[in-house]
Design a binder for this molecule. Structure first.
Ligand code: HPA
Length: 274
């Protein structure tokens, strides 16, 4: 099947299963899947049930869509995302984001676990993504442009919606939650970075580093969807502290501090005008 037809077929199947359209989408990062438990009137569809969609194999990622009410909005959540390091292509990674776009979401909230590159950051901090640096060496829009989704050369100068960022800051203030704001560098992984690479990222202007999110944001902006990104700093990046990094630690911190991030996302959804 052609690329667009596969997308349309999967979108049709999701519409048929859910029977209602989402207003916003949420991508839940490593260890952050708990927000799906707060969704009311929840219905779930496994990624493997949809034509053209790849399963999620990463630890801490369930691999299903959940639709329901959150913060008073009809929301479609990705409980688990796809990563380049799993062996998926960039196009496969953004397939579910495009699906959410075809179902009609107007805003996308992306969350992730990230390493702290900025030396003033601490484990457990929440960082509003103000921008990203794509260091994955590729781009999900490479190949013939899908003109019905968006233009060939989409603008990325406001990739992370200034209006949604202002909403998130106001909401964090009301909650008494400290929110950092910084630049996320996206690398492929799956090996963590070397201390030299982290020093390089700091010179490049990165505040946090991770292995996801960037492709999803590019695909969402291609479709004209407004994006809000929030990183949970699950560890200080390599070489900052005198200790080694582990995937278990990342997921454990996600579970411990995930509730603050979840409350923030829920509060922001409540305030969003969609
Ligand atoms: N590096 C890359 N990705 C990550 C990290 C990190 O230190 N922590 C969580 N995801």
């Amino acid at each position: 099947m052609a690329r667009m037809e596969t997308l349309q077929a999967a979108a049709e199947e999701l519409r048929r299963r859910f029977g209602q359209s989402p207003q916003a989408g949420v991508v839940l990062g490593s260890g952050l899947g708990g927000l799906a438990d707060r969704v009311q009137e929840a219905q779930a569809v496994g990624y493997e049930e949809l034509p053209g969609m790849k399963p999620s194999t990463a630890p801490g990622h369930r691999g299903r869509f959940v639709l329901g009410k959150l913060g008073g909005k009809t929301v479609l959540l990705m409980q688990g995302r796809l990563h380049l390091y799993e062996g998926h292509t960039m196009e496969e990674i953004v397939f579910p984001v495009r699906l959410m776009g075809l179902l009609g979401i107007r805003a996308l909230v992306v969350t992730n676990a990230a390493g702290g590159v900025n030396l003033s950051y601490r484990v457990g901090d929440l960082m509003l993504m103000e921008d990203h640096i794509n260091l994955m060496g590729t781009n999900p829009l490479i190949g013939p442009n899908l003109d019905c989704l968006g233009e060939r050369f989409p603008d990325m100068s406001r990739a992370y919606s200034p209006a949604l960022r202002a909403l998130a800051k106001a909401q964090a203030d009301r909650m008494g939650l400290e929110l950092r704001e910084g630049v996320y560098a996206g690398l492929t992984g799956p090996s963590y970075e070397t201390p030299a690479e982290i020093r390089m990222l700091r010179i490049l202007g990165a505040d946090a580093v991770g292995m996801s999110t960037v492709p999803e944001v590019i695909a969402a902006r291609h479709m004209g969807i407004e994006v809000l990104g929030i990183s949970l700093i699950t560890n200080m990046a390599a070489g900052v502290l005198d200790q080694t990094l582990s995937g278990e630690e990342v997921i454990a911190v996600g579970r411990e501090r995930g509730s603050a991030l979840q409350a923030l996302v829920e509060g922001v959804l409540e305030e969003m005008e969609l």
